[in-house]
Design a protein around this ligand. Sequence first.
Ligand SMILES: [Zn+2]
Length: 239
Amino acid sequence: MKTENQKQDITPVINIDKIKLTQKESYNALLSGNREWVNKRLKDDPDYFKKLSKGQSPEVLWIGCSDSRVPANEVTNTQPGEVFVHRNIANVCAHSDMNMLSVLDYAVNVLKVKHVIVAGHYGCGGVAAALSNKQFGLIDNWLRHIKDVYRLHSHELDRITDHETKVNRLVELNVVEQAYNLCKTTIIQNAWKERTDLEVHGWIVDINTGLVKDLKVTNNDSQNLGYVYELDLAANGAH
Ligand SMILES: [Zn+2]
């Protein structure tokens, strides 16, 4: 029978037992890694987790890329409890994304963070994919947000011939536009009417050096959002 032949063809190439073993190893490594981390923390401070469990008061909201090479705490050398984090592919801030808006609202209005940082990174796979015309599946709809950024800046980007330079410039422009998107939300605009200690920033992490580049697009009031986006104070006074 044909199925018998197929079995014979497949068996020498894929060793299921070996795969299972590798999967088990990488999974167990996470659990033993966790125990090592707990032991190290307790060695430094026996009350570490007792203190951590009391609550959080981070001053920073990090909105970064899901890429495994740009973890917020490691990049900023901060500890658990110091940075509230939201990550998605290519650090997109879409005003219709309930997940992002919920994180932003909680961070701004409950935790009262002082800094909201949109953090992109050079060599971003999501941004590179958005630059191509290939179909990748469902993600194409998410990457559309980045294609829209391209369209806004096509006069500049069309002139760049080197592919890597073009990806990295779009990475920067994407961060600028996503930070701007945050500023346009009712959440940020209403917060700015109530307090002066809230800043929105745009950063790039250079994964070749580990260093952060501040794009200097920091904003702390609604005045320069433009007449289309600047909103009046809500009728009930705030939000
Ligand atoms: Zn990325």
